[in-house]
Design a protein around this ligand. Structure first.
Ligand code: G3P
Ligand code: CA
Length: 386
């Protein structure tokens, strides 16, 4: 599908009030075409969605300004972010429950290295360096300018989404929502204040022709969560906003088939890769919950083919998008957005199964896979002083 077609479909502003189930995919056509490709014409989400996981987080430190600027200017459909709330009530984008993996919290607050994000004020978070860890971990992608990068507020990510020629949408996950009672309503209030909900959003200047326009459409925000309770809270707070239920296997998720525990020397990726759902009914029960609560799609985990030894190993999980699973979701009228996939061989394998989009740390590779224009990543980063 061409860029123009992707944007034309969105510009049509397909109603968010479509009853789930009206867009049955041709799952059994057997004609070699990717399955499920008609759903996106009925739901206001781009076909073959490109969702920048924590920004362009292969090339820049996750969830930081250069990661989101790069993703935006590359031309992604959505900036993905994990939402938490500071002790003084500010919405911020941080993935982990604590800060020690990717900040210098142990230096700045030695007694609080394991403390939850929610116990820090915004002022305290802003004193942390969220970039130097990346330079140490990935010297081949390091840049001096990454040292001292700040943790971002939701407001700052919205600013990035609004400020460029491209207008990407926001794909927001309520992270550990049980720690943040009421965060769904806080989010609603913030999005409304920023003009990202309802009619106010339509008054924002539209993106130029040929640019990404997802941020100008009814699908400008997608909410995602692993938590059934948060999905319900999101439904109450923002019934008009598309929602996706993320899928996991095992504790807190779909029931897993019994199996051997992780062996000595067995990588976590290999362990995940051999996990199986307990039954089709166990999988279906999560789809039913999603559908019953108005979700427009599900977000299953994926196995990355280079999971053993490659950078992507930390993002290789259980295969919850086997062909019958994708078919089951499509038959329910729900999109399938897969996390987290970075390599062309995996894009191809899962697209043949009919998935409707990918969360990716490497949007430049996914855009190329979809045949969309490529940009010089180094030039983009340098343009912004990185
Ligand atoms: O939100 C989709 C994907 O990001 C879920 O996994 O752990 O990277 O937030 P995680
Ligand atoms: Ca996430």
């Amino acid at each position: 599908m061409t860029t123009a077609t992707r944007h034309w479909l969105l510009a049509c502003g397909v109603s968010l009030m479509l009853p789930i189930g009206v867009a049955q995919a041709a799952d059994t056509a057997g004609d070699g075409e990717p399955q499920g490709s008609t759903l996106c014409t009925k739901i206001p989400i781009p076909c073959d969605a490109v969702i920048a996981h924590r920004g362009a987080s292969y090339q820049a430190p996750e969830s930081t300004r250069p990661a989101y600027l790069l993703a935006r200017d590359l031309g992604v459909d959505y900036l993905e972010l994990d939402l938490q709330r500071t002790q003084d009530g500010v919405l911020v984008t941080v993935h982990d429950n604590s800060l020690d993996r990717n900040t210098n919290v142990a230096e700045v607050f030695p007694d609080r290295a394991d403390a939850p994000v929610s116990s820090f004020t915004l002022d305290e978070l802003k004193r942390l360096d969220a970039g130097s860890w990346f330079n140490a971990a990935y010297p081949d992608r390091a840049r001096d300018s990454y040292s001292g990068l700040e943790i971002l507020t939701l407001d700052e990510v919205i600013d990035i989404a609004e400020e460029g020629n491209n207008h990407p949408g926001l794909y927001i996950e309520t992270k550990v929502p049980e720690q943040f009672p009421g965060i769904e309503q806080d989010l609603r209030n913030k999005l409304e204040a920023r003009g990202w909900l309802g009619k106010a959003a339509k008054s924002r200047p539209a993106a130029e022709q040929g640019a990404v326009r997802v941020g100008d459409t009814p699908g400008r925000v997608v909410m995602q969560t692993f938590s059934k309770a948060s999905l319900q809270a999101l439904e109450e707070a923002m019934p008009q906003v598309p929602r996706v239920l993320l899928l996991w296997l095992g504790e807190g998720g779909i029931e897993a088939a019994p199996g051997r525990p992780q062996g000595d020397g067995e990588s976590t990726a290999d362990y995940y890769a051999r996990q199986q759902v307990a039954s089709p009914e166990a999988y279906r029960s999560w789809l039913d919950f999603a559908k019953d609560h108005g979700a427009i799609g599900v977000g299953p985990s994926a196995v990355q083919s280079e999971h053993d030894g490659a950078f992507s190993s930390q993002f290789s999980y259980m295969d919850l998008a086997e062909p019958w699973m994708v078919g089951m979701a499509h038959d329910d009228g729900m999109l399938v957005h897969l996390y987290t996939v970075d390599e062309p061989a995996d894009f191809e394998r899962y697209r043949q199964r009919g998935v409707d989009g990918f969360f990716t740390n490497r949007p430049e590779q996914l855009l190329e896979f979809y045949g969309l224009p490529s940009q010089d990543q180094d030039a983009i980063l340098k343009r912004y002083g990185y």
